[in-house]
Design a binder for this molecule. Structure first.
Ligand SMILES: NC(=O)c1ccc[n+]([C@@H]2O[C@H](COP(=O)([O-])OP(=O)(O)OC[C@H]3O[C@@H](n4cnc5c(N)ncnc54)[C@H](OP(=O)(O)O)[C@@H]3O)[C@@H](O)[C@H]2O)c1
Length: 268
């Protein structure tokens, strides 16, 4: 049974102009949610909004915002005040990674990533949670990664941001017990989106056979939410990876990953 039965508000999805965010937005529209879609690419958002309105008969608002800017959460809240919708579902999905030795693309890019992956999601939850608690209804869905389960050399800062989201969401989920509001974290593994191109990993990304489609990730996510899961790892191979990563001491996991990545670099 859908966890969202009887909910009437809207879903806010960050990073909805493509990839996993777009597929999560589509799945929420299928469940009848009105949508607020946020990203930097306004043209893409407008085309997506048009399609979702026609296909699912829901209201769709788009907001162009760079969520890696300082005070992005505050600015987005100001935009939301002009849209008269209660936000029942917040999907903190927008994010990127940086591949390479720290600081692979300079200090400003690392800081930008931490703001986008950590600061803005934290700021949005802090601002939207009181309303959800008042209405006794809400879902916080943070998109982390299997990279959050253990240190990942060459993706070190990125993995750190995802470890934050994983642990923070689990703490939130406990604190929210009995309020009617839930928190869950989606941990995809490698997925066919723009992520690897943006990160600079390019051809060093995992083999295609090990990657999932974003639509499958979204479907598994919604199924996991319906089952009341707090941590949703999409894909059976990723679930094995996550289980093993949690068993190995972090320093040993980092050493193993480093050796494996250096061997892979040398083979290229
Ligand atoms: N693909 C993977 O292998 C993978 C694996 C694990 C976890 N994830 C996580 O999944 C989430 C979605 O990534 P994806 O794979 O779907 O990558 P993607 O295809 O690159 O999509 C990223 C989304 O975030 C938006 N975005 C990026 N920077 C932004 C900014 N500064 N302000 C506002 N929006 C911004 C992008 O839109 P604009 O460019 O239009 O702003 C786009 O909609 C990320 O948090 C990522 O860490 C991905």
């Amino acid at each position: 049974m859908s966890i969202f039965r009887g909910w009437g508000g809207a879903a806010l999805v960050t990073g909805a102009s493509g990839g996993i965010g777009l597929e999560l937005a589509r799945s929420l529209a299928e469940r009848g949610f009105d949508l607020i879609l946020v990203a930097r690419s306004l043209g893409k958002l407008e085309r997506i909004a048009m399609k979702l309105k026609v296909t699912h008969h829901v209201r769709v608002h788009v907001v162009k915002a760079d969520l890696s800017e300082p005070d992005a959460a505050e600015h987005l809240m100001a935009e939301l005040r002009t849209i008269d919708l209660d936000i029942d579902v917040l999907v903190n999905n927008a994010g990127f990674g940086i591949y390479g030795r720290f600081p692979a693309r300079g200090p400003e890019r690392e800081t930008e990533m931490i703001r986008l992956n950590v600061m803005t999601p934290t700021g949005l939850v802090a601002r939207l949670l009181p309303g959800m608690i008042r209405r006794r209804r809400g879902m916080i869905l943070n998109v982390a990664s299997t990279a959050g389960f253990a240190p990942v050399p060459l993706l070190g800062t990125y993995a750190g941001t995802k470890a934050f989201l994983l642990h923070w969401t689990l703490s939130l989920a406990e604190e929210l017990e009995g309020t009617g509001v839930r928190a869950a974290v989606l941990c995809p593994g490698s997925t066919r989106t723009n992520f690897h191109a943006v990160s600079g990993a390019g051809e060093r990304r995992p083999p295609d056979a090990l990657r999932q489609d974003a639509s499958d990730v979204a479907r598994e996510c919604l199924r996991g939410l319906d089952r009341g899961k707090k941590v949703i790892v999409s894909g059976s191979v990723n679930r094995i990876h996550a289980r093993v990563a949690r068993l190995v001491p972090p320093a040993f996991a980092a050493r193993l990953a480093w050796k494996w990545m250096r061997r892979r670099e040398r083979r290229r």
